[in-house]
Design a protein around this ligand. Sequence first.
Ligand SMILES: Nc1ncnc2c1ncn2[C@@H]1O[C@H](COP(=O)(O)OP(=O)(O)OP(=O)(O)O)[C@@H](O)[C@H]1O
Length: 318
Amino acid sequence: MLLVNPKATTTNARTRDVLIRALGAAVELAVEETAYRGHAAALAGTARAKGYDVVAVLGGDGTINETVNGLLNPESGEDVSGDADPSARRPALIVIPGGSANVFARALGLPNDPVEATGAVLEALREGRRRTVGLGRALWEDQSRYFTFCAGMGYDAEVVRAVEGLRGTGRKATPARYVNTALRHYLATDKRHPAMTLTGPGIPAVEGLFLTIVTNTSPWTYVGTRPVTPTPWASFETGLDLLGLQRMGPLALAPLIRQMLTEGDRLPSGRHLVQLHDEAEFTLSADRPVAFQLDGDYLGEREKVTFRSTPHALQVLV
Ligand SMILES: Nc1ncnc2c1ncn2[C@@H]1O[C@H](COP(=O)(O)OP(=O)(O)OP(=O)(O)O)[C@@H](O)[C@H]1O
């Protein structure tokens, strides 16, 4: 089943038709266009229930996130942790970048061009090349949602919220818009009263966090072609990583930003930083509601979110 989000930033009828022709020549194909928010999750749930082998997505990270949640079906309360390879029980995933940032597709090593990426996944289809990836899962109140590359609480989620607000007025989400919004919003964000505390099994509690980035892979995002790596050791094959900030002043942030933009696998350094690598579970609690984002989607203000790693969650043709 091919899911196309016609509203995703860089998706158009031409790339859709190229993809339909290319995939249609290789496999038996059903094509569905998403018509509203949440539609991709419903369609992916149907594909899973009907026993489709593969679900392909042409869209951005939001559509991929919905699709993955439809494939894993978190609302059923299904426990995927006891199974040696739970990924084998559900359709495999193909992603073709059609959004603005396409972090998941690029983190998998796909070209950030839909036609080139189509060539790459056709080759993977022909050769049966699959990679099993783990996912993150966020749980709050009575809800839960899987994430493919990141989640975050605090300043970073405030920036996502602000950009979503601008997109609501018809402006596009470009890297420049994110950077401008982040800079402008930095003046407004609370840099004096940290709200969050980190706890978890076997993890010493840390108080006084302003900003937390939780990742399932590296990079966390891209500015244009440049990867941004707050957690360079994170990978789809390990548990979850975290970078937390206990100071938000420019003297703390400037060197961190420089380190995050430097390629390589050196962890950012600084006394105000809190770092976790390859963890199965941890919880962020806040003494007031804090902005929360997941795979770049703003999900409201929350006071407590638990993050859990789900190993071997999904097979991706890549
Ligand atoms: N027909 C539709 N009309 C409006 N919104 C839609 C439609 N189909 C899907 N959506 C929603 O569009 C949102 C944005 O899509 P998506 O994230 O795929 O693209 P993007 O925002 O351009 O990419 P990125 O996430 O990389 O910025 C998703 O949350 C999805 O639920």
